[in-house]
Design a protein around this ligand. Structure first.
Ligand SMILES: NC(=O)c1ccc[n+]([C@@H]2O[C@H](COP(=O)([O-])OP(=O)(O)OC[C@H]3O[C@@H](n4cnc5c(N)ncnc54)[C@H](O)[C@@H]3O)[C@@H](O)[C@H]2O)c1
Length: 355
């Protein structure tokens, strides 16, 4: 993979909607990074965005941005199902890529992106900002250290609410083609990614999905799955955008020697048979992170700090000529689980992975 040799790293953003603001703030907060160009199919959006963040150049066609030789990394912040073509063009233009979640909406599209990036020696990184929350990270590290013992049960509950306006003000949310699904593919994917990060690969799923409240969308607003992990553990995934007023999301991990419960990104239970000095600190402060994260109501109530940490991590990897920690294959895993859940609902059968 092409190594990033420069001290200063130049960024371009494609898609200047809601999440692009978080990317712009994150890039601008990194001392060695500079946002030099943005593009959006809607030229007014690109212009307003460029003004808001004092970006020199803006375009109505992303291909113009790709001609800019100074740009090292392109952040693709378009609707989820519109990333493949853009990513392939970025790779062919020799740009490293940071793609929002889900990296794309079908495995075939993701595989073509991975292949094209490999062919052109550029990196493909997927955003999973929650993995950079220290509260979620310490759970991962503690699992890796073996403190939980054998993992036996892992659950995520994402009982969120989105109103009608959330779906109707954009032409793409809740569509198969551009969102790739509903509550699972758009919202719960963050937690499904954490679950598989903690528990390891999924062996099979049984699932139901339904449209309980948002009848005008194409996709599910509730999904429920029973998961069997390769290590023998079981688990449950519940994801929704139909549950007024929206509850705090929860992750519950149980091993034979202890358990952790995380609610709204705060650690609310941290119990182990053996005791360590850090336990009291984690219990007292509900984790290691000091700011509130995530929201079950407002999709944009997220801090840019986690994106900043991931982008910094990507820059460090590229400077060492290494693949970013969440590369195309890693970002693909949660999408594969969600597609398996859709398949299990459609067929009424247990679906085995890999697909
Ligand atoms: N990591 C997170 O926490 C998080 C949060 C919100 C959204 N997202 C993801 O970010 C992506 C965008 O979501 P959003 O809420 O910002 O959507 P949005 O609708 O607010 O913005 C999308 C933008 O892309 C532009 N666009 C569409 N097609 C384009 C093209 N071909 N070329 C250039 N621009 C194009 C649109 O005009 C729009 O401005 C989605 O994939 C979503 O899942 C991630």
């Amino acid at each position: 993979m092409k190594r990033l040799e420069k001290d200063r790293v130049y960024f371009g953003i494609i898609g200047c909607g809601a999440i692009a603001n978080i990317h712009a703030k994150a890039i601008k907060s990194i001392e060695t990074a500079e946002l030099v160009a943005v593009a959006d199919v809607n030229l007014d959006s690109a212009r307003n965005f460029a003004q808001r963040y004092q970006v020199e150049r803006y375009y109505g066609d992303y291909r113009e941005l790709l001609k800019d030789e100074s740009i090292d990394i392109v952040n693709i912040c378009t609707p989820s199902g519109l990333r493949e073509e853009i990513a392939i063009d970025c790779a062919r233009a020799g740009k490293h890529i940071i793609a929002e979640k889900p990296i794309e909406v079908t495995l075939e599209r993701i595989d073509r992106m991975i292949e094209e990036c490999k062919k052109n020696n550029v990196a493909l990184a997927g955003i999973f900002n929650n993995r950079y929350n220290r509260n979620y990270k310490i759970v991962y590290e503690t699992i890796q250290k073996g403190r939980f013992g054998k993992l036996i049960l892992g659950d995520v509950y994402v009982k969120w609410y989105r109103d009608k306006e959330y779906y109707t003000r954009s032409g793409w949310r809740g569509t198969w083609k551009f969102d790739g699904g509903g509550a699972l593919m758009n919202q719960s994917i963050h937690f499904i990614d954490l679950l598989q990060w903690y528990m390891g690969p999924v062996e099979s799923v049984k699932a139901y999905t339904t449209q309980a409240v948002h009848k005008y969308i194409e996709t599910e607003d509730i999904g429920v799955a029973i998961v069997k992990f390769k290590n023998g553990a079981l688990g449950v995934i519940e994801g929704s955008t139909a549950l007024y007023p929206g509850l705090h999301d929860r992750i519950e991990i149980h091993g034979e020697n202890g358990c952790v419960l995380i609610e709204n990104s705060r650690i609310v239970r941290w119990e182990f048979k053996d005791k360590e000095p850090i336990d009291e600190e984690i219990r007292r402060s509900k984790g290691l992170e000091t700011f509130e994260l995530g929201s079950s109501k407002d999709p944009m109530e997220i801090p840019y700090e986690l994106h900043k940490r991931e982008i910094e991590d990507i820059i460090s990897s590229l400077k060492e000529g290494k693949t970013p920690p969440i590369d195309g294959n890693e970002a693909r895993k949660a999408v594969e689980i969600i597609i398996a859940i859709y398949e299990a609902n459609r067929t009424g059968q247990e679906v085995k992975l890999p697909l």
